[in-house]
Design a protein around this ligand. Structure first.
Ligand code: HEC
Length: 170
């Protein structure tokens, strides 16, 4: 009988302990534990990233530093680049600019104010590779989205190389 009483006390004690732990660990009672990771300045998801510090160079090379003007195309237009460029163009640009780059993609009719440019037009043909690269990177304000988050620097050059193929096919 005495053993039974002792067991009851022990289990009651354990039960209480577990209940208290559960209450705090599931935030039923929320304690603001001091957590050092939280105290630092940090960026929450979807927040704008830090502005690029002056005179710093992106790890992918000086791809676009505004004071340097249009960058030169460092990627040779070989078969690999063009095949990749075609694939990426079809994923990222075709819906607006159309399969042949004519500006007649499947969602072009819904863009009422500004139609996608005809990438095979003389105007675009005369633009430098670097200028096309910057358009893909930064978009056209209010008209075309910036695609720098969809395409790496290398991938953007592949797309530029493919646009030249589309133009030559005209
Ligand atoms: C949501 C639709 C949309 C997508 C996606 C899009 N564009 Fe555009 N793009 C436009 C529109 C609209 C214009 C015309 C802007 C204007 O009127 O100046 C344009 C203009 C351009 C121009 C001409 C810019 C200039 O200097 O006049 C180029 C080059 C271009 N796009 C390339 C691309 C490439 C390459 C991709 C894919 C990586 C792409 N675009 C994806 C809508 C799009």
């Amino acid at each position: 009988m005495r053993l039974f009483k002792q067991l009851v006390v022990v289990f009651a004690g354990l039960g209480l302990l577990v209940t208290v732990l559960v209450i705090f660990s599931y935030d039923i009672i929320k304690l603001d534990w001091v957590s050092f990771m939280e105290i630092q300045e940090s960026y929450r998801p979807m927040e704008h990233p830090l502005a690029v510090p002056a005179q710093s160079i992106p790890i992918e090379g000086p791809a676009y530093i505004s004071s340097l003007g249009s960058p030169l195309n460092p990627v040779e237009a070989d078969q690999t680049s063009i095949t990749r460029g075609a694939e990426l163009f079809n994923i990222n640009c075709k819906m607006c600019h159309g399969e042949q780059g004519k500006g007649n993609g499947s969602i072009a009719p819904f863009l009422v104010d500004f139609k996608p440019a005809d990438l095979t037009s003389d105007v675009i043909k005369t633009k430098s590779d670097g200028s096309l690269f910057l358009t893909i990177s930064n978009g056209v304000d209010g008209r075309m989205p910036a695609l720098n988050e969809n395409l790496t620097v290398r991938e953007r050059w592949d797309v530029v190389n493919y646009i030249r193929i589309l133009q030559a096919a005209q």
